[in-house]
Design a protein around this ligand. Structure first.
Ligand code: FES
Length: 574
């Protein structure tokens, strides 16, 4: 039974009344050629589309919105496509993470300020997924997410190339002198061969998988390659389904429950997901009035095996993952660790949606008795260097370095790193610990993905391919190495990372979940007394707003005034 009637529709506040304003609102849709009965009394669906010509990951979303519209029309709704900020990971500087909260705000206000009853959210490139979900959770109108889908496998010389991961791998070889300029240039045209997001298990593939694990997509949606015709049909289905969701009044916060977040964390660990997912899930949970802390990730990580054999942790790519059965098949291996009762946007439970899912290729999606790693891909560290936590992607690290003590080589910011990393007078060897300061939420600002610090060329030429690296930055989900990230509090606000100096001994103990600098409390206090906060970089515009309100990494980097579920009044219509 529908929970709503046509009179209950939110859009009726604009289009229903026989008033001056009602006349005005109706006449302007008639100006666009729509008939009275097309939209009056019909669910109005906002298709919030992050398509842009500067965002290759979303190149197909303009066309895909037409498929969504087809579904909306067929189900008796009225679709309106509304463009939203396209945060392209490749081009948005100084750091796309700065703009996640801007798109989240934009999404919330589009849904609040316009005559819409529900939303189809179209995104996928890293920050767009959490941003759209955060905005939709805050406004809490019925919403369904259309993942952009991964691009096809890269190809160079007959070898599959993975976004980011192989770029970084071959750049390292280029710096070591083992790849020619001609080979390097050749790869440029082969690594990204179609629309769609990065096809390694980077942040985009992780976050769209987690959108599905949270219950915010149709079952199986996140694994479909962007250019597969199944992707078009999935988009049509989303258009159809949102109309039903509006009548049923099924809203994001009905789906985004504590158990749904546990499901998402479990899936994150089992896919060897991007470390960025931790920040985004914490922020999204807070938008739902839930508290999600870092120990929850560690607890779930310890009991969850990594089953997805996808780069950077594994060998394959997202196209292979889809052909192997996709996320549903992977999740079906984990039912004892998941909450099957969670409601999802198709109106069925998470468990019901897994019925019949099976693995086609057990090398790509490993069975429980032969996992890629016995426990989850990410560990949470604490210690005197990270009182509020730090993150390491153990599945993409060098095992022997996960327990390591070495002298610090400190860079005060990224420019300092770039200027000195290859200098002959830098005192560094393979046992050193590279430390980057000034790269956190405020210091970067925006926690740029600088966490996979480059290795000194002279060590690369000696054959060194990994070292322990620490920072308050993030790392691309496509990156790899023994990189400790998200150290909180960050150095810019006086976290202990700011106090580390060259030669200090740093201890990483991933098994013991510790990150420490071997300095006494008295020495740390003395250094803190001398420490001076760096100048703020931005004083105007959105950047000033960001700098005034952004939270630390362990809190999800949201703005303080956007967290929680305090209601914002519906707009008055005069
Ligand atoms: Fe868009 Fe990687 S650049 S997902």
């Amino acid at each position: 039974m529908p929970a709503k009637t046509a009179q209950d529709l939110r859009s009726q506040r604009w289009f229903g009344p026989p008033t001056l304003r009602g006349f005005s609102h109706r006449s302007r849709l008639k100006q666009l050629g729509h008939r009275h009965d097309d939209f009056v009394g019909k669910p109005v669906v906002a298709i919030v589309n992050t398509w842009s010509e500067i965002n290759p990951c979303h190149a197909h979303l303009r066309e895909r919105a037409e498929a969504v519209k087809r579904g909306v029309w067929q189900a008796g709704g009225f679709p309106v496509e509304i463009p939203a900020l396209s945060i392209t990971e490749t081009y948005f500087k100084p750091s796309p993470m700065l703009f996640r909260n801007l798109l989240a705000m934009e999404t919330e206000e589009i849904l609040r300020g316009l005559p819409v009853d529900g939303a189809v959210l179209m995104g996928g490139c890293d920050k767009t997924t959490p941003a759209l979900l955060m905005g939709a959770a805050s406004m809490n109108l019925p919403a369904i997410f259309v993942p952009a889908g991964p691009m096809l496998r890269g190809n160079w010389n007959g070898q599959p190339l993975g976004s980011g991961t192989d770029l970084l791998k071959y750049w390292t070889e280029r710096c070591a002198g083992t790849i020619s300029e001609e080979e390097w240039n050749d790869m440029e045209g082969g690594i990204a061969r179609s629309p769609g997001f990065c096809m390694t298990m980077g942040t985009a593939a992780t976050m769209t998988a987690l959108a599905e694990a949270l219950g915010m997509t149709l079952p199986g949606a996140s694994s479909i390659p962007a250019v597969d015709s199944n992707h078009v049909r999935m988009a049509v289905n989303c258009g159809e389904r949102i109309v039903e969701m509006i009548w049923q009044d099924l809203k994001p916060r009905d789906v985004l429950t504590p158990a749904a977040f546990e499901n998402a964390i479990t899936v994150d660990m089992a896919i060897g997901g991007s470390t960025n997912a931790i920040i985004h899930l914490v922020a999204l949970a807070r938008r739902c009035g839930l508290s999600l802390d870092l120990p929850a990730f560690d607890r779930i990580s310890r009991r969850t095996p990594v089953l997805a054999n996808i780069r950077p942790s594994g060998a394959f790519l997202m196209e292979d993952f889809y052909y192997a059965g996709g996320l549903r098949a992977l999740m079906a291996q984990l039912t004892d660790l998941l909450h099957p009762e969670c409601l999802t946007v198709n109106g069925r439970t998470f468990g019901q949606n897994l019925a019949g899912a099976s693995v086609v290729n057990r090398d790509v999606i490993r069975p429980r008795d032969n996992p890629l790693a016995a426990t989850g891909g990410t560990a949470i560290l604490h210690g005197n260097l990270a009182p509020n936590g730090a993150v390491i992607k153990t599945s993409a690290a060098t095992p022997r370095l996960l327990q390591h003590t070495g002298p610090a080589v400190v860079f005060k910011d990224y420019n300092d790193l770039a200027a000195r990393i290859d200098r002959d007078d830098l005192v560094v060897d393979e046992n050193s610990v590279l430390v980057l300061q000034g790269a956190g939420p405020l210091g970067g600002p925006g926690m740029p993905e600088w966490g996979m610090l480059p290795l000194p060329s002279r060590l690369l030429k000696k054959g060194v391919r990994d070292m322990v690296r620490l920072s308050d930055a993030r790392m691309s989900g496509t990156a790899y190495g023994t990189c400790v990230l998200h150290i909180s509090p960050e150095s810019h606000v006086g976290g202990p990372l700011a106090l580390v100096r060259d030669g200090d001994l740093i201890s990483l103990d991933a098994e013991g979940r510790r990150l420490d600098v071997r300095l006494s409390d008295a020495e740390l206090a003395a250094r803190r007394a001398e420490w001076r906060r760096p100048e703020r970089k931005y004083t105007r515009g959105y950047m000033a707003l960001y700098s005034d309100h952004v939270a630390q990494a362990h809190e999800g980097c949201d703005f303080d005034f956007l967290e929680g579920i305090a209601p914002t009044p519906e707009p008055e219509i005069h």
